[in-house]
Design a protein around this ligand. Structure first.
Ligand code: ADP
Length: 398
């Protein structure tokens, strides 16, 4: 048995899951939150039992130390070197990585050079890697890129119609994100169908706080809604998604906003929060919809409209569509959003949905379309941590 830890670091959080491979048993999972603030929170879960510790977590180094200490204290390991592999989620791999990479000084340097493409994420990913490398020097460390799965997208899809030098000199193009999730659920649906991956075309809807939709042809991503950064594409919790770029210049002038302020508003104050005016959380929106709140209803309508426009485009681009898969927080749990999206697609795509079944399902793998539906519709809980652990395990065994 091999112990592999999957790590997902953000600027103020550190999520982890320790797997026993290849059995996929989860020994412990947890999250350090509010890193950098005085009132940090460290949560762990072992065999369904949860513990919450309130403790200052001034930086990622302390978060990693807390995590490692919790492994010993809870008798998960006796010595640090029992952990043989650490898979680090890295948001931006640019055009350099089309698969998971073992971390070497060169790989680290490339990821460092991509920090300006993902200023909120890559620095935190690197910082966290370095802390883990210090405490686990003998383990195999890998970088699992959010962008890698989308490297199969063709130039006519990933290029923007702007001066070509913006791409050739400044790397401006569509990179996409959530690659591990789109890969996982599209593979899983082929397994469920018991068909070779090459024969299955799927549109995967990863609808979480961040959200993206992808077109997967025979196991390869041919389009995805997120763009140069995770700001593009569908409407999200606090992100605007696709936008006429002139809105940016117009509002900068109108409100005297700096580029940084505009970036903040489009990333943190837009999307569901921006339209509803009260929350970025789909559950809060639903509660207000139930009370007939007009802005909440409008929020849901825009959300659905944005999603079906993307799905419709991908349906055409794929040529033949076999499945639609819903995953992540909203995709797995929000039956209303799923129903609204599917009802809007029903006629065009020849969908036959069991809405009664759909309304009852939360976070469970299931087919919600009827057998006579032209396109099958599934809910498949995503498992990005497992993809990270698997990739790391495979590289360790090589
Ligand atoms: P991320 O990983 O991008 O932070 P998640 O995949 O956890 O996001 O998704 C968060 C979203 O999922 C939130 O909008 C939340 O409201 C929604 N969500 C989670 N559970 C439910 C539920 N039971 N019903 C409806 N929406 C839910």
């Amino acid at each position: 048995m091999t112990k592999i830890i999957s790590v997902n670091a953000g600027s103020s959080s550190l999520k982890f899951k320790l797997f026993e491979m290849p059995t996929e048993d989860v020994l412990i999972s947890g999250i350090a939150e509010r890193i950098g603030l005085a009132d940090g929170i460290f949560k762990i879960e072992i065999n369904g039992e949860k513990k919450v510790i309130n403790i200052p977590i001034p930086n990622h180094k302390v978060a990693v130390e807390l995590l490692m200490k919790s492994l010993i204290e809870n008798n998960i390991i006796k010595k640090f070197d029992e952990i043989e592999g650490v898979g680090h989620r890295v948001v931006q791999g640019g055009s350099h990585f089309d698969k998971t990479a073992v971390v070497t000084p060169e790989v680290e340097e490339i990821v460092e050079s991509l920090c300006n493409l993902a200023p909120l994420h890559n620095p935190a990913n690197l910082l966290c890697y370095r802390e883990f490398k210090n405490v686990l020097p003998t383990a195999l460390h890998t970088f699992v890129f959010d962008t890698a799965f989308h490297q199969t997208i063709e130039p006519e899809t990933y290029l923007y119609p702007v001066p070509y030098e913006w791409y050739s000199e400044h790397k401006v193009r569509k990179y996409g994100a959530h690659g591990t999730s789109h890969q996982f659920v599209s593979k899983r649906v082929a397994e469920i169908l018991n068909k070779p991956l090459e024969d299955v075309n799927t549109i995967t809807c990863h609808l979480g706080n961040g959200a993206s939709i992808s077109a997967i042809k025979g196991g390869k991503s041919i389009n995805t809604s997120m763009g140069f950064t995770p700001l593009g594409g569908v409407m999200m919790g606090t992100r605007c998604g696709d936008l006429d770029p002139s809105v940016v210049f117009y509002m900068q002038q109108k409100l005297g906003l700096t580029p940084q302020e505009t970036d903040f508003i489009l990333n943190k104050k837009s999307g569901m929060l921006g339209i509803s005016g009260f929350s970025s959380d789909a559950r809060d929106i639903q509660d207000k919809v139930d009370e007939n709140d007009e802005r909440a209803i409008l929020t849901q309508k825009i959300y659905v409209n944005r999603a079906i426009n993307i799905i419709g485009g991908y349906f055409v681009q794929l040529g033949r569509l076999d499945n639609i898969v819903f995953t992540a927080g909203i995709g797995e749990n929000d039956a209303t959003i799923r129903e609204l999206i599917l009802k809007s697609l029903e006629e065009a795509l020849g969908l036959e949905i069991d809405y009664e079944l759909n309304s009852k399902i939360r976070g469970k793998e299931i087919k919600i379309s009827k057998d006579n539906s032209k396109v099958a519709v599934y809910i498949i809980p995503t498992n990005e941590e497992l993809v990270i652990a698997y990739d790391t395990y495979s590289l360790l065994k090589k």
